[in-house]
Design a protein around this ligand. Sequence first.
Ligand code: SAH
Ligand code: SF4
Ligand code: F3S
Length: 442
Amino acid sequence: MTTGRSKIFYIHTFGCQMNLADSAIITALLQQAGYTPAESEESAGIILLNTCAVRENAVDRIEHYLQRLQGMKKRDKGLIIGLAGCIPQYQREETLTLSPAIDFLAGPDSYRTLPALIEQARGGAKPTSLEFNTAETYEGIDPVRQGVISAIVPVMRGCNNRCAYCVVPFTRGRERSHPFRSVISEVQKLVTAGYSEMTLIGQNVNSYHDPEKGMNFAALLDAVSREAPRARVRFTTSHPKDISEELVRTIADRPNICNHIHLPVQSGSTAVLRRMNRGHTIQEYREKIALIRSIIPDIALSTDIIAGFCGERDEDHQASLELLSCVRFDSAYMFFYSTRPGTLAARTLVDDVAEEAKKRRLQEIIDLQNSISAELFQQSIGSVVEVLAESESKRSAEQLMGRTAGNRAVVFDRERYQPGDLVQVLITSATSATLTGRPEHC
Ligand code: SAH
Ligand code: SF4
Ligand code: F3S
């Protein structure tokens, strides 16, 4: 490797928005230490994979990627490869056995040590930094974000819940909220920088609790929306048990908070929810939906759902289908259950739904949800929706892609508009995933 590349790094980000936010922190920390981000993987002397461990196939993807990097490393002996994020935190030192190409490991609370890890790795050691630090919120680090339109703003890290299937408490540690004042000061900077959208994120964002003065998430969301009155404000992910009437009223009262709630249900059966340790029944979930809709009738709702969790009988699966038919979510992330070693489910329950049945149930869920989304999307043909243009559409520079406040993807004729513009779009056609239209001129 030419010496010029030894200070140039490239990050591949996998997994959720939390990892995307962390990659922006990592970029800032490495820049402070004199490293430069690369335009492409080929021009980098350091490649970092910011990884996800939530399902087995997420880990398979990384293993596959590492095979390719191993090939690159054979040709380029000086290349340094680091694994960051949730896989090393979850599998600890054992992660090194995934590939001989890995030079160092860094867990989500240890990114301040990255410059030292890189130097030690160059010296031939295989250093690891996997300590949890419940005080770490990366306060004082200005994330280096991709893009200038939409910003992700972490307001908490970690998770104190113990959903039986989930690795996140093991990969991210105990919940800690960022100070209210530091979130507000970050939002002020984003306003000055001209961002059009801010998404407040946390694994369980609505359990936010200001560590200094005790403000709750409704108060934070309200304050952010007032600080950034011209930006759209979103938040994710909410836990059903922590949705309060105060929070719903805040969304209703503040015009720039998007009328969209992502509310993972995981299963339509109370028996399964109990085994999942979700902390609520399906009746309580339905009551939350009714409360939300009574206050904000046009709210867009989306969810996460898992097919084939331990002990799921056909009648439980039918209850999940029934829930989808009844609530009519705008969209859903749908998965089949994947056992994660060390979790409560892996230790105490039997993964007894055959793989074939899991996949069949998942397909039924996907087919039903797609038909519901398609029907809901079809209903918006002929209406005019407000779209925040995010980028050129993948298919053509003559079209832009953006989202409605309800988070529906819209592709529309570009005309004179640019990414970042708020555009009134007349919807002319729809699939189950995308609306298509043209700007409406009054
Ligand atoms: N904090 C969020 C989401 C965490 S992970 C929440 O509480 O909802 C994102 C989604 O992955 C989960 O909502 C769940 O639907 C899915 N998931 C998590 N662990 C899984 C597993 N072991 N198998 C299949 N899906 C899983
Ligand atoms: Fe995982 Fe449950 Fe925490 Fe979400 S709330 S991150 S599903 S343990
Ligand atoms: Fe994956 Fe870690 Fe996010 S396990 S879903 S990247 S918190």
